[in-house]
Ligand binder design. Structure first.
Ligand SMILES: [Ca+2]
Ligand SMILES: [Ca+2]
Ligand SMILES: [Ca+2]
Length: 110
């Protein structure tokens, strides 16, 4: 949450969320061609979730709208917006700690 909440008001706006997602995209895009391949994502996921074998290809597939196996910045931005909408339970365009917690509980339950 601290990571998302730039202005420290205890909630993350849609803009803050998109901003962090953009930084994440830039971090994953090692060769800076504006696209994240499964290999590029793998490197970052491995550094973030050491004991958690998250498959990059499986993460890309649901948001890869043109099915080329590569995540473009547009596809990533679209997925980010969808993700925000899913977590923003009361649709006020802000994520509170409670909303983030229930979203991560829901994804852990899956
Ligand atoms: Ca790239
Ligand atoms: Ca794609
Ligand atoms: Ca909200």
């Amino acid at each position: 949450m601290q990571m998302l909440d730039e202005d420290g008001d205890g909630r993350a706006s849609r803009a803050e969320h998109a901003d962090k997602a953009g930084q994440m995209f830039a971090r994953m895009d090692a060769d800076r061609d504006g696209k994240v391949t499964a290999d590029e994502m793998d490197v970052v996921l491995r550094s973030l979730y050491r004991d958690d074998r998250r498959a990059a290809a499986a993460a890309i597939a649901p948001v890869d709208s043109n099915h080329d196996g590569v995540l473009s910045s547009e596809e990533h931005a679209t997925a980010t917006g969808v993700e925000f909408g899913r977590m923003d339970a009361d649709r006020d365009d802000f994520l509170t700690m409670a909303e983030l917690e229930s979203a991560s509980a829901a994804s852990a339950a899956r």
